[in-house]
Write a protein that binds this ligand. Sequence first.
Ligand code: ADP
Ligand code: GLC
Length: 486
Amino acid sequence: MRILLASSEAAPFAKTGGLADVAGALPKALAKLGHDVRVVLPRYRGVDPVKFQLRQVLTSLSVPVAGRTADATIWEGAIGSVPVFFVGHDGYYNRDALYQTQDGDYPDNAERFAFFSRAVLEMTRALGFLPDIYHCNDWQTGLVPTYLRTSLQGTREFQAAGALFTVHNLGYQGLFGPEALAMANLGQELFNPFGLEFYGKVNLLKAGLVFADLITTVSRKYSQEIQTEEFGHGLEGVLRARAKDVYGILNGIDYDEWHPSRDAFIAATFSPDDLSGKAVCKADLQRAFGLQERPDVPLLAVISRLTPQKGMDLVAEALDALLDLDTQFVLLGTGDANLHKAFEGAKARHPSCVGLQLGFDVGLSHKIEAGADMFLMPSRYEPCGLNQMYSLAYGTAPVVRATGGLDDTIQPFDPGTGEGTGFKFAGITPQAFLEAVRAAVGLYRQPDTWRRLIRNGMACDFSWDRSAREYEALYQQIVDRRTGRP
Ligand code: ADP
Ligand code: GLC
């Protein structure tokens, strides 16, 4: 099949979170299955044509947007053998960040991503690469299925095209004022509850949910959760109405990037049979954060966007009590200013036990996965979550809240049978979280049992291959539907 994966980010070119990891890895797995798969994303300022060896393939592509046409340039690079296209437009994408400044979202985000979505379609037409499936991801690409089924409906080149829409996070919906419809060159007739309207606004995630042939999200559990009021962010009704088209496919992890036996970012490599390198990584991490170099102290870690979704307020509240258990804590992340303040306060109170890096640093994230003993993810909701899987691979025990992909990927350790890979809790309270960490710290002090636990985790296989086959089956289902095959 010909597949085009459209995403607003993809590693290694542009990344703010897990979507980039997925868009960078899934296409490689699909290519291995024999598909002609390509990726498209905006050419942000950080996508340096020299560093990434890009070549320009279209110098001027007319794209209808906001009642006029604007010109895009199209560039081509690669992830391994997978071609990657970049939609260039200086006015829209030559900026410091992908989506926002410190003061909030870019005010023209509706126009920026309407342009991107339409450019994706115009590009395929101009290049003569007409995919069977447009695999769209999150609200930034919600207009791709919309154009296919509205403005471009009946156009010869797009007649057979199918659209799969993947929700990576229902909490980010791309909500704009009613004028966004005109920005997107769409008619007012779509401004109703069966179209893009959502409580008086235009909702671009809903656009994807309404117009795609099939919908997926990134774990089985989350695919069920989002159909309930508690997790639906107001879209549970839309999702329930399409329940038979909603699937959960767990993300995989890219073992080319995340494997302790060949990771170039870490101080020493290691494997389940020889964990000595992990001790070297731990000492290296303690040094990097200016902590006491103690091999015996449980080292707890967080790498996260600091937002309410991730439950980081629970960590901040429980932190003093955690440190009372004679532990160390390191955090890499950015986000809410009050959480920055809370963690800076903890560092000031416990300078030799707390390490902070309030920034984004891919190399350091690998060092943390390799050097820590426990990884904390008390998320309020978590569509999939990648760091708990990276943690398992690196012999770092995850402590997670039982939600979404965290619930699907972590089995609680049972000291009786020696089975299980981590620690889980249910309540959204600092106490419930603290109890789970206390259990983990207790077990850490029994080295033989601990080794058993982390070896269980290292033996798990989350490679993309299985998930890629599940996507393949859904792509095929769409193609069959569109060509009227039974
Ligand atoms: P989300 O996409 O909701 O942020 P995921 O667990 O799916 O959560 O993915 C987060 C990805 O972003 C992981 O690869 C993680 O290592 C990375 N990440 C998050 N914060 C940082 C940071 N401050 N520095 C480096 N990498 C980060
Ligand atoms: C989102 C989710 C995260 C998921 C990632 C990749 O950002 O918050 O749980 O792992 O997308 O699908």
